[in-house]
Design a protein around this ligand. Structure first.
Ligand SMILES: Cc1ncc(COP(=O)(O)O)c(C=O)c1O
Length: 365
C-alpha cells in the first residue's frame, strides 16, 4: 500500500498541476511485488518473474508472451483446468489464435500435432486437473524447441518442490498462486516465471497490458511461501495415506493418484517427480454414483471443506463436473474421463487419521 501511495505522490506539491502528479507508470511499481517476483524466480530457477492478479491472468499473459513473433497457433493438452480450456476456446480462438488439442501423455500424438500444426506454443499442466495425468515434459520441451515453439507449463498442482519445468526445458512457467504457494485461501494471484529469452517481452507486455498483482496480495503470498515446503511435504505425506485408504475402500470405484504404481504415467512420474513427493491432489470415483449420491457424500463431510479451490492448509473437495470443468461440454467431459461420479480432493495439513475418519464417516452409510 505504502509503495503505491509513494509512487503516485512523488510529484505532488502546490505548484504541480493535478494531471502531472499522477504517474501511471510509477503507480505500477511495487517493492512488495518486486520481492515476490525475485523469490519465485529463485524457487523455479528462472531468469525473472511477473506476479499477476490471478492464475488465469498469468496463463493469458504467458501465452501472449510466448506467441509474440511466433505463429498464432497453440498445441495444448486436452486435459487442462476448465477455465484454461475456456480461455483457449472462447477468448483466444475468436481472436484468431487457434488451438489443436492432444493427449499430452501420448508422445507420438504430441509429435504429430506439433509437426502438423506448426504451433507457436505448446501448453500443458505438469499434473493435470483433475485426473492427475503427467506428460513427459522433458521430451515435449525438446519437441517444442526443435519446432521453434515455446513450452508453457502450468505448475500449480506440482509446485517447484516437485518439478521445476524450466530445468526440464520449458520456456515459461505459470502458477495460480491462490493455491499451494500462498496456501491459506486468502489471496487471489498468479505468477509467471520466465527463462532469459522471454523475460524482456514479458515485462514489456505487462507494462502495456497491466495484469499485475497488488502489493498487499504480494505480501500475503510471500508470507505464505515462508511455510510452503513444510506444508507441501506434509500434504504429500497425507495424500499418500489417504489415497491408499481410498483405494482399499469398497465404496470407491477408482482412485487417481500419482503415487499409484499402476498409474498410466508411472514411468514418467518415476523419472520426473522426486521419490516420496507425489503431490497432494487426489481424484476418485464413487461406485454406482451419480450427481445426487456424490452431493450427499460431500454433504456428510464434517472436516473436509467443500470449496472451489485447492492447495489450502484445509482439505477441500470439489465436484469437477459442476465447478472446475462446468464449462466443458458433457460429451467432452466424458471423453476426458471427468464422469459424474468423480470427486476431487485437495489434501490439507490436518492429521491424516482425521481426514480418513471424515471420509469413512461420509462413505459409511
Ligand atoms: C491448474 C490451475 N491453473 C490455473 C488456475 C486458475 O487460477 P486462479 O483461480 O488463481 O485464476 C486454477 C484454478 O483452479 C487451476 O486449478
Amino acid at each position: 500500500m505504502i509503495d503505491q501511495a509513494q509512487a503516485v505522490c512523488v510529484r505532488s506539491g502546490p505548484d504541480v498541476p493535478l494531471g502531472d502528479r499522477i504517474d501511471v507508470g510509477a503507480a505500477l511499481l511495487s517493492p512488495a511485488r518486486d520481492a515476490l517476483e525475485e523469490l519465485v524466480a529463485s524457487l523455479e530457477n528462472g531468469h525473472g518473474a511477473l506476479a499477476c492478479a490471478s492464475g488465469m491472468a498469468a496463463i493469458h499473459a504467458a501465452l501472449q508472451t510466448a506467441l509474440i513473433d511466433r505463429p498464432k497457433r497453440i498445441v495444448a493438452a486436452g486435459a487442462l483446468y476448465g477455465a484454461t480450456l475456456s480461455l483457449l476456446n472462447r477468448i483466444l480462438d475468436p481472436f484468431g489464435i487457434s488451438t489443436a488439442f492432444v493427449d499430452i501423455c501420448d508422445l507420438d500424438a504430441v509429435a504429430q500435432a506439433i509437426a502438423g500444426t506448426k504451433p507457436g506454443c505448446v501448453l500443458m499442466e505438469t499434473i493435470s486437473n483433475p485426473l492427475l495425468r503427467v506428460g513427459a515434459m522433458d521430451r515435449i520441451a525438446e519437441l517444442a524447441r526443435n519446432a521453434g515453439a515455446a513450452l508453457v507449463v502450468d505448475n500449480t498442482f506440482a509446485t517447484p518442490l516437485l518439478v521445476r519445468p524450466l530445468e526440464l526445458g520449458a520456456h515459461l512457467v505459470v502458477h495460480s498462486a491462490t493455491k499451494y504457494l500462498a496456501g491459506h485461501g486468502d489471496v487471489l494471484g498468479g505468477l509467471i516465471i520466465s527463462d532469459q529469452e522471454h523475460y524482456a517481452p514479458l515485462r514489456q507486455m505487462s507494462r502495456i497490458y497491466g495484469p499485475v498483482l497488488g502489493p498487499f496480495e504480494s505480501y500475503l503470498t510471500m508470507r505464505g511461501i515462508k511455510t510452503f515446503p513444510l506444508r507441501m511435504e506434509r500434504q504429500c505425506q497425507n495424500a499418500c495415506r489417504v489415497a491408499s485408504w481410498l483405494g482399499s475402500n469398497p465404496a470407491i470405484e477408482r482412485v487417481n493418484y500419482t503415487a499409484d504404481p499402476n498409474h498410466p504415467d508411472a514411468e514418467t512420474i518415476r523419472r520426473l517427480l522426486p521419490a516420496g513427493l507425489y503431490g497432494a491432489m487426489i481424484s476418485f470415483e464413487l461406485k454406482n454414483a451419480g450427481r445426487d449420491q456424490v452431493f450427499a457424500f460431500m454433504d456428510r463431510l464434517k472436516l473436509i471443506v467443500r470449496a472451489t479451490s485447492l492447495g489450502d492448509v484445509h482439505s477441500m473437495v470439489l465436484y469437477p463436473a459442476m465447478s472446475s470443468h462446468r464449462d466443458v461440454a458433457p460429451k467432452q467431459r466424458e471423453r476426458l474421463g471427468i464422469r459424474d461420479s468423480l470427486v476431487r480432493l485437495s489434501v490439507g495439513i490436518e492429521a491424516a487419521d482425521d481426514i480418513i475418519a471424515d471420509l469413512a464417516g461420509a462413505l459409511g452409510r
